[in-house]
Structures are given as C-alpha cells and as structure tokens.
Ligand binder design. Structure first.
Ligand SMILES: Cc1cc2nc3c(=O)[nH]c(=O)nc-3n(C[C@H](O)[C@H](O)[C@H](O)COP(=O)(O)OP(=O)(O)OC[C@H]3O[C@@H](n4cnc5c(N)ncnc54)[C@H](O)[C@@H]3O)c2cc1C
Ligand code: SF4
Length: 476
C-alpha cells in the first residue's frame, strides 16, 4: 500500500462516520474528499510554529505560512484566507501545482527532522477552496479609478497577477492574448489532472467582473504592433511566456508520430475542455494502445508520461540521460508517475529514430555519469557499444522551451533581449530598454514556475504604478 493510501486509511479509521463520503475521493489530492476539514486541521496542527519560518523564506511569494496554518488549526478560515490572499493572487493554483518538495515543504523543519513536512500546499488549496465556497473571494474592484491604462500582453499567471494588482490600484487594464482562453500554460500546458481548468476559469471570470478587459485571439505582432499598444496605453507589460520547443537534431527526427510536448499537452487539454480536435479524434495525438516514449526529465516530461497513461497507452517509457537523483523534475512527480505505471529509463540517451515514414523505434545508448562540469554537475558520458532499440509508436520531445523572437514578432527591433532571447529588464525597475514597457514571468526570467510568474506579475504592477505616478507628478 502506498504512503498516500495509508494516510487515507488512517483518516477513515479516525473519522468512521465519514467513510461513505470517502468513496467520492479523487486521485492525487493530499486532502481527500470527504475528509478535507479534518485533514486540513490535522496537518496544520503539525506545524511546530518553530519561529524560524524556513517554509516562508523558501516560498517565492513569502507567504505567511505559519500564521495561516495556526488559523486553520483554530478553524478561523476567513482570517486564514485573508492572510493567504494578501501575498498570493491564486493560492488555489499554487496549492495544487507548486513543486512544494523543492520550496516550502522541502524546507519545513519537521521535514528536516525526518518526520515528514506539513503538507502546506494542500492546506493552502483547502483554505482557498473554502473561501470560494463561502463567497469570501471578491472581484478586484478599485475604490477609485485613476484615469490611466495599462496594456498587458499575455494572460498567463504573470499577466493575470499584474492585472489584478493594477486594477486594485485603479488602472484601466487590458489583457491581450493570442489564445482563445486566458490562463496561458495554466490552461493549455499543465494537465487537468494536476490543475482542474474550472479553477483557472473562475479566476479569469473574477478579473472580468473586476473590470479587466480581455482581448482573446489577439496576437501582438499580427493584430497590433508593440508600438501601437504603447500609443494606446500609458504603460505596457510583456508577459508572453516562452513557447519555442528546443530541437533535437538526430537522424529520423522528421518521421511521423514524433511530436513536441506542448502540441501533445495542448491537444489533451483542449479535449478535457470539451473542444473538438481532429488530430485527437483520428488517433494522431492520442496515446491509446501505443508504445509511447517521452524524451526529457523535467516537469513537462512528467506531464506527458502521466497524460499518456491516462489516455490508455500500451506502455510509457521516459528516457533521461542522467540518473534519478539528477533529474530536474520534481521527485514527487516522478514517484507519482512510477506509481501509475511509467517506466523510467535512466542514464539513457536517444541516438536516432527508426521507421519508414512513421516512427517504430528509438535507438538508444546507455550513459554513465562522469566528472563534474564547471557548475559541479556530473556530465553524462556514452558507454560504447551499449546501443539498443526500443519499440515506439509515438515519441514526445520534452526538452524545454525557449523564447520566441519577440523583437521581430512585435516589429520592435529596438527591444533589448538577452543572448537567450529573454526580454532584458532592469532588475530594480523591471522596465525594458523601452520607456514605459515592462516585462514579467517566463519571458523575462526564462522557463520557470507559476509561483515565480505570480511574484513577477505582482512586482511589475508595483513598479508600473511607481513609474506612472512619478510621471504624472512630473507632468503636474
Ligand atoms: C507542460 C508544462 C507544465 C508545467 N507545470 C508546472 C507546474 O506543475 N508547476 C509550476 O509551478 N509550473 C509549471 N510549469 C511552468 C509554468 O506553467 C510557467 O512558468 C508559467 O505559466 C509562466 O507564466 P507566464 O505568465 O510567464 O507565461 P504563460 O503561462 O506561458 O502565459 C503567456 C501567455 O502569453 C500569450 N502570448 C504569447 N505571445 C503572445 C503574443 N504575441 N500576443 C498575445 N499573447 C501572447 C500566450 O498565449 C499565453 O497565454 C509548467 C510548464 C509547462 C510547459
Ligand atoms: S505558493 Fe507554493 S511555495 Fe508558497 S506556500 Fe504555496 S505551495 Fe508553498
């Protein structure tokens, strides 16, 4: 029996009157349906209120975790929510998908003393779900309009967090997004089994109720240039994320049935949202009954393997050139994937894809970890003669993402970017080299996490406010 199931049985024994409700339990929730209140109180009470809040220090939002845990133990949920929402624009999202084992929970002193961390993320999720159920979460309505407007390019977590903060300060806020739905990777990247889509839609709706104007299917570069938006708004925030898939230059990479991760995940998310996608219906982007090989070791790879399992794949293998300890993905995600039947093929690199017009196999070679590189990380080395071929009807490339060529796309060649293509900002003002144009989230820091995008969005809203107020004062 897994650790998660044991926890559940323990709750069933502790609260026998809840047994029936427990049958409605959903997978992968740390706080099981039917036991939410009891489990949240149990978990919160485990916090030792140690006085050295490493958890808080390791949360990018500096969430006041010890205080909201104490209030949850005491059943003071509305106050717990107020404290949680004071630093976080979507705690119900971060509670579900933050890699807590690398952030707050990984640094909990109880974890360090080997007793298992307080499950901070699941309590955070519980607090906000309770707040929504009780109508405590309100649309961001300012007390006074200030007559200035901000255009935000990109409706992902960075853009959404900035929009809420700016709206509260009285700005007219417009979000422009090239997709048909707001939410960015929260909607089209992260799978629904980790983050239910109605949770994101609920936040988007609140922003709309608060007066944020949403322009969907509006691609900056196609429907307007950056310059046009600069003329329309007092300030512009670029929060476009990073979307260019990293290539793999190997023989056979052009064969059929080899797909970039985001194409596969977006299709699966669209199906979950009720859209019709021809490439799924005709079996092209559907893993059912296929031998699936996913290449990569990050969180995106984990999302792909777990999605393939849910689609009914015959087998799912994940190829990674280093070992388990050196995987960039969350160890919790790896454990979940293993529990669900994914086979991890560590220390293995693809050499070529084989097949006539469609892929039928992946030729792979075994690796060993050699001497540490300049960064102290052991470099993988080939083991000569260890090549072999594994069956594959579908290959998914999950090798990370890079920024698109924004200066070109936005018809703004003067926009400063780094050698990696990220938009360059002054780290104090968050402004780009163009006056009044700011940047936040993945497009400024490189592919990162939702919690960092929220943090950047909040910081950018503060910096934009300071800039516009100073400009107004100077003009007065
Ligand atoms: C598959 C996958 C799984 C992930 N899982 C997790 C996870 O479990 N936990 C976690 O913390 N992080 C996860 N991440 C990372 C996380 O999703 C990102 O760090 C985060 O979404 C970045 O937010 P953002 O607002 O900067 O950009 P995005 O969420 O990418 O949003 C950018 C938005 O800008 C829009 N846009 C782009 N160009 C234009 C244009 N020219 N005109 C108009 N609109 C435009 C896009 O349509 C998009 O909606 C995952 C990422 C991927 C790819
Ligand atoms: S936002 Fe993420 S890191 Fe911060 S407390 Fe919540 S789950 Fe932990």
């Amino acid at each position: 029996m897994t650790e998660k199931m044991l926890k559940f049985v323990h709750l069933e024994q502790k609260y026998p009157h809840k047994r029936e409700a427990s049958e409605r339990r959903t997978d992968f929730n740390e706080i099981y349906e039917g036991f939410e209140t009891e489990a949240a109180a149990d978990q919160s009470a485990r916090c030792s209120q140690c006085g050295v809040p490493f958890c808080q220090a390791h949360c990018p939002l500096y969430n006041n975790i010890p205080d909201w845990l104490r209030l949850t133990t005491e059943g003071r949920m509305e106050e717990a929510y107020a404290i949680s929402a004071a630093t976080n624009n979507m705690p119900e999202v971060t509670g579900r998908i933050c890699p807590q084992d690398r952030l707050c929970e990984g640094n909990c002193v109880i974890e360090q003393s080997t007793h298992g961390a307080v499950t901070i993320g699941s309590v955070e999720k519980y607090i906000t779900d309770t707040a929504f159920a009780n109508g405590w979460v309100k649309a961001p309505k300012p007390t006074q309009e200030n007559g200035m407007s901000v255009g935000i390019i990109g409706g992902g977590p960075a853009g959404m967090a900035a929009a809420e903060q700016l709206r509260l300060k009285g700005y007219e806020v417009h979000i422009y997004d090239r997709y048909d739905r707001m939410g960015g990777l929260l909607v089209y990247g992260i799978p629904g089994f980790k983050l239910e889509k109605h949770i994101v839609e609920r936040r988007v709706k609140l922003l709309e109720e608060g007066g944020v104007v949403m322009h969907t299917e509006f691609e900056v570069g196609r429907d307007a240039t950056l310059d046009e938006l600069r003329r329309k708004h007092d300030s512009v925030l670029i929060a476009t994320g990073v979307y260019k898939s990293r290539d793999l230059k190997l023989p056979g990479v052009g064969l059929g049935n080899i797909y970039p991760a985001l194409e596969y995940l977006t299709t699966s998310n669209r199906i979950g949202l009720g859209d019709t996608v021809a490439a799924y219906d005709d079996g092209t982007l559907n893993a059912k009954d296929k031998n699936v090989v996913v290449i990569g070791g990050g969180d995106t790879a984990m999302d792909c393997v777990r999605t393939a399992i849910r689609q009914g794949a015959k087998s799912v293998k994940c190829l990674y050139r280093r070992d388990r300890a050196n995987m960039p993905g969350s160890q919790r995600e790896v454990a979940n994937a293993e529990e669900e039947g994914v086979e991890f093929v560590w220390l293995t690199n693809p050499e070529a894809f084989v097949g006539d017009d469609k892929v039928t196999g992946v030729r792979a070679v075994k690796m060993r970890l050699g001497a540490p590189d300049a960064g102290g990380r052991q470099s993988p080395e080939l083991i000569e003669g260890s090549n072999y071929t594994m069956d594959a009807d579908m290959v998914i490339l999950a090798l990370g993402f890079e920024p698109e060529d924004l200066p070109n796309m936005f018809e703004a060649p003067e926009l400063g970017v780094s050698r990696w293509g990220t938009v360059k900002i002054d780290f104090r003002s968050m402004m780009t080299n163009l006056d009044g144009v700011f940047a936040a989230g993945d497009i400024a820091r490189g592919a990162s996490l939702v919690v960092w995008a929220i943090r950047d969005g909040r910081d950018a809203a503060d910096r934009i406010d300071e800039y516009l107020l100073a400009r107004k004062e100077a003009a007065a």
